[in-house]
Design a protein around this ligand. Structure first.
Ligand SMILES: NC(=O)c1ccc[n+]([C@@H]2O[C@H](COP(=O)([O-])OP(=O)(O)OC[C@H]3O[C@@H](n4cnc5c(N)ncnc54)[C@H](O)[C@@H]3O)[C@@H](O)[C@H]2O)c1
Ligand SMILES: O=c1ccn([C@@H]2O[C@H](COP(=O)(O)OP(=O)(O)O[C@H]3O[C@H](CO)[C@@H](O)[C@H](O)[C@H]3O)[C@@H](O)[C@H]2O)c(=O)[nH]1
Length: 440
């Protein structure tokens, strides 16, 4: 099949590459000239494990090409994916200007029937809006359908190639047949394609992300309560996660959820609810609790240093919003680093992939080549991303480099006993009282 993918961010690039891998002819379109130039030169602008092998193969075999020209990109395409940004507008709703902008441009240049697919995360009713925008100037028949994407950054290729399910929102039988053919190679293991109407598919995506954000937030609140009552959230997680009705995944308490999706999608669903006159109380709580959770460790650090961080150097391990990505959108590390700087501290950081992205945003901090270099002469360590290389460090070396053997861990990387045995003062999330004076 001939496919066009408009937008070559995370989703567009993974969608294009994976569908080329399943034998389709794919042209990716982006307005960012530099990005298209880099892609044409064989350079992948994002860090995503496993993508490079598929990318190189499909470029080399001529199934994956790139252009900045929409008309050239969609020529003869039977399927056109819109994988464009939907950032939060000022009022929290998803901003549709990129999607509707491209939809307006598509009408006059469509030359034959095509299925136009909203791959971006878009609010209920968007397929109808995209249809109307194209129809204004279209001379040929077309369908607009919803096909939300559920991939996670860091494991995007696997999520895409072996999806738990594919959700397709369309009432057109013609479009349904095209989608069955396109997705056939990806649902071989028996995972279903679930067909529904466009509005339900659009809602499914927001419901999935909001439910996962709720699950994490609930565990973060259990963790906060554990600190008060003297219980350990790790045990609670094991104790409830083994109940198959609850499930083991997305129960890890920490420094709050971040990333390019959960924060904006929870906010957008809350805005949709407001627009339709529904008071979605759990969503409001999720947002408020997560905002507080992200800032949770700063008062603990301040109290440890008797309220004064001036002349203190805090080492930070982890900038990305989660491991295996260089994405720093809504990463808890950023807010915390700014709070440290505001309090007069110096900050030294290390992240295996995300430092270049942060350099553009936060000047005035020291970027180090290794995790240990960040500790040299620092007064304390804070951890914000659970990169595997942080899990089994050389504690003796850490103790020698740090001025004080104290760690504030937003990701619960280490066992409490292990840290006591190694002589560290160790604060984590939901495993013992965070009252500094009681612990020191
Ligand atoms: N990142 C994820 O893990 C993920 C997962 C599932 C769904 N989503 C959703 O998918 C959508 C895209 O997300 P993303 O993270 O890939 O976005 P992104 O910001 O990484 O990339 C979007 C791309 O679109 C390009 N673009 C903007 N306007 C354009 C235009 N007029 N023509 C062509 N290209 C244009 C940009 O240059 C950019 O390369 C969003 O709605 C997001 O919520 C993202
Ligand atoms: O038990 C957990 C699991 C995750 N997180 C945090 O939650 C955030 C999001 O993590 P994850 O869902 O793994 O990353 P994303 O790549 O943002 O993926 C989410 O957002 C995508 C964009 O919509 C969806 O496609 C995916 O299905 C959905 O998982 C990160 O800050 C994680 O640290 C926790 O705090 N505890």
């Amino acid at each position: 099949m001939k496919l066009a993918v408009v937008g070559t961010g995370y989703v567009g690039l993974v969608t294009g590459t994976c569908f080329a891998e399943t034998g389709n002819q794919v042209t990716c379109v982006d307005i960012d000239i530099n990005k298209v130039e880099r892609l044409r030169n064989g350079e992948i602008p994002i860090y995503e494990p496993g993508l490079d092998v598929l990318f190189d193969r499909n470029v080399a075999e001529g199934r994956l090409t790139f252009t900045t020209n929409l008309q050239e990109g969609i020529k003869d395409a039977e399927v056109i994916f819109l994988a464009l940004p939907t950032p939060p507008g000022e009022d929290g709703s998803a901003d549709l200007k990129y999607i509707l902008g491209v939809a307006n441009d598509l009408g006059p240049i469509l030359e034959s029937y095509a299925v136009i697919i909203d791959k971006s995360t878009v609010p209920v009713g968007t397929a109808e809006k995209v249809h109307a925008a194209i129809a204004k100037n279209a001379k040929v028949d077309f369908d607009v359908i919803s096909n939300p994407e559920f991939l996670r950054e860091g494991v995007a290729v696997e999520d895409f190639m072996k999806p738990d399910r594919v959700v397709i929102g369309t009432t057109s039988e013609k479009a349904q047949k095209v989608m069955e053919k396109l997705y056939a190679p990806l649902v071989r293991q028996g995972n279903p394609i679930i067909f529904m109407d466009e509005r339900s598919a659009e809602m499914t995506k927001y419901a999935a992300n909001s439910f996962l954000a709720l699950k994490i937030t609930f565990m973060n609140e259990i963790a906060n309560l554990c600190e008060k009552v003297g219980a350990n959230v790790d045990d609670i997680r094991r104790g409830i996660g083994t109940d198959s009705r609850i499930g083991k995944r997305f129960l890890f308490a920490g420094i709050g959820y971040g990333g390019s999706c959960f924060p904006k999608d929870v906010q957008a669903l809350a805005k949709t609810s407001e627009d339709y006159g529904y008071d979605f109380r759990t969503l409001k709580s999720v947002m408020a609790v997560n905002d507080d959770q992200k800032k949770k460790l700063i008062p603990v650090v301040k109290e440890y240093f008797d309220g004064d961080l001036k002349d203190k150097t805090i080492a930070v391990w982890g900038l990305a919003f989660k491991p295996y990505t260089d994405d720093i959108r809504e990463a808890p590390a950023l807010e915390n680093i700014k709070a440290l700087l505001d309090a007069g501290a110096k900050v030294t950081v290390y992240d295996p992939e995300a430092m270049d992205n942060v350099k553009r945003l936060i000047p005035g901090i020291t970027y180090c080549h290794t995790a240990y270099a960040a500790l040299d002469d620092a007064d304390a360590l804070m951890i914000f991303t659970e990169w595997p290389q942080f899990r089994t460090p050389d504690f003796e070396k850490m103790g020698k480099l740090l001025k004080e053997k104290v760690i504030f861990d937003g990701r619960n990387l280490y066992e409490l006993d292990q840290m006591r045995d190694n002589g560290f003062t160790y604060y984590s999330i939901g495993r013992e009282a965070l009252n500094v004076k009681e612990l020191v």
